[in-house]
Design a protein around this ligand. Structure first.
Ligand code: TXA
Ligand code: MG
Length: 342
């Protein structure tokens, strides 16, 4: 039902991109790639198209959408971009993985569902940019997953989520970052990072040293909802956990006798990647792969400051920050006679 189109070039007059633009102009839904994750796009100025996005995702009505634009001039249609801080952050990070929460214009409040503020970002993915040019519209686009599921980072994953619920999927391969944009609220002083993402707090502070890390009470509306819990059991290991103890955890989870009550968890897969960027690039795809196998995912996080550490910890059933925490957890769950006891 949903058609997958592969653009031959990232140009506004590419046939696939023209078809997708026409679909959006007619109020239809199009999934498109961005540098972070795939987005479920709709004309941000069309209230019926916006309502269809909420329907397709099964998204809670009070969780507003990010509006995608080409640049700051475009953003002025939906948001008040006149503040010096809006200009500074956009000039430094656009196009790229940073969403700015700004005062909404009347048009902008269509996508933010009557809120006085709207989140806007200019994506850097060439297909997303070509689509914005071809459609000539600001595009509201949440991540292209059903509500509560991991964001898709390939066209196949988006189709697995939304087949039959959207007209078209533009296939641009796998997304570079693999986690969502940072959401920075510029309507408060000092600016507040509502969702860590593609641009780190440290780098945002190069533009304004007063950016605050947010904190739970201040979170963006979307971060209130549980995210990936139902997918697979996930165990997040901080950088202080040794490779040796991580391996022992795998053995315990895989061992037929050593572990009590593990059947539901299946086998365990340990993911170790050298950089946090690499963990981020693969995390959502890893969760999906293991969902098929009913397996437990164990992720070692090389860097606690990286946004992927926040994503993994929020999705995790268990988080351990030292060898002692892991061994205590193993001990509490294995029979006394187990050969795997330390
Ligand atoms: O990387 C991304 O941001 C991807 C790609 C497709 O651009 N989009 C994305 O959208 O992650 P979504 O809808 O899955 O997440 C949007 C986040 C939510 O946490 C939402 O609550 C927050 O942005 N948000 C949107 N509008 C807001 C507003 N006016 N004030 C505060 N938070 C807002
Ligand atoms: Mg999302």
């Amino acid at each position: 039902m949903t058609r997958r189109l592969v653009p031959r070039s990232a140009e506004p007059d590419d046939p696939a991109i023209r078809e997708a633009a026409a679909c959006l102009q007619a109020g239809g839904l199009v999934v498109f790639p961005t540098e972070t994750v795939y987005g479920l796009g709709a004309d941000a100025t069309n209230a019926r198209a916006i309502a269809a996005v909420y329907d397709a995702k099964g998204r809670p009505a009070d969780n507003p959408l990010i509006v995608h634009v080409r640049d700051l001039d475009d953003a002025a249609q939906v948001a008040d971009v006149s503040s010096p801080s809006a200009r500074r952050f956009a000039e430094r990070f656009w196009p790229g993985p940073l969403s700015l929460v700004l005062p909404a214009t009347a048009l902008g409040s269509v996508a933010s569902r009557g809120r006085p503020t709207v989140a806007v970002r200019a994506p850097s993915h060439p297909i997303a940019r070509a689509l914005l040019v071809a459609a000539g519209l600001p595009l509201a686009a949440p991540s292209a997953n059903r509500s509560g599921r991991p964001s898709p980072t390939t066209a196949e994953h988006a189709l697995a989520e939304l087949d039959g619920r959207v007209a078209l999927v533009l296939d641009g391969g796998s997304c570079r970052f693999g986690i969502e944009s940072s959401v920075l609220d510029l309507t408060v002083d000092p600016p507040r990072l509502l969702r860590p993402g593609g641009v780190s707090l440290a780098v945002l502070r190069q533009v304004d040293p007063h950016v605050s890390p947010g904190g739970d009470a201040a979170r963006s509306p979307g971060t209130r909802y549980a995210h990936y819990q139902p997918i697979v059991p996930l165990i997040a290991l901080g950088p202080a956990v040794s490779a040796e103890v991580a391996e022992r955890l795998v053995l315990v989870l895989d061992g037929p006798d050593a572990w009590m009550g593990t059947r539901a968890m299946g086998t365990a897969t340990l993911v170790e990647r050298v950089t946090a960027d690499a963990v981020a690039h693969h995390l959502y795809a890893d969760l999906r792969d293991l969902e098929q196998d009913h397996a437990t995912l164990i992720v070692r996080l090389p860097d606690v400051e990286h946004a992927v550490a926040e994503r993994a910890r929020r999705a995790a059933s268990w988080t351990f920050d030292s060898d002692d925490e892991v061994t205590a957890w193993i001990r509490a769950r294995t029979p006394r006679s187990s050969a795997l006891e330390p």
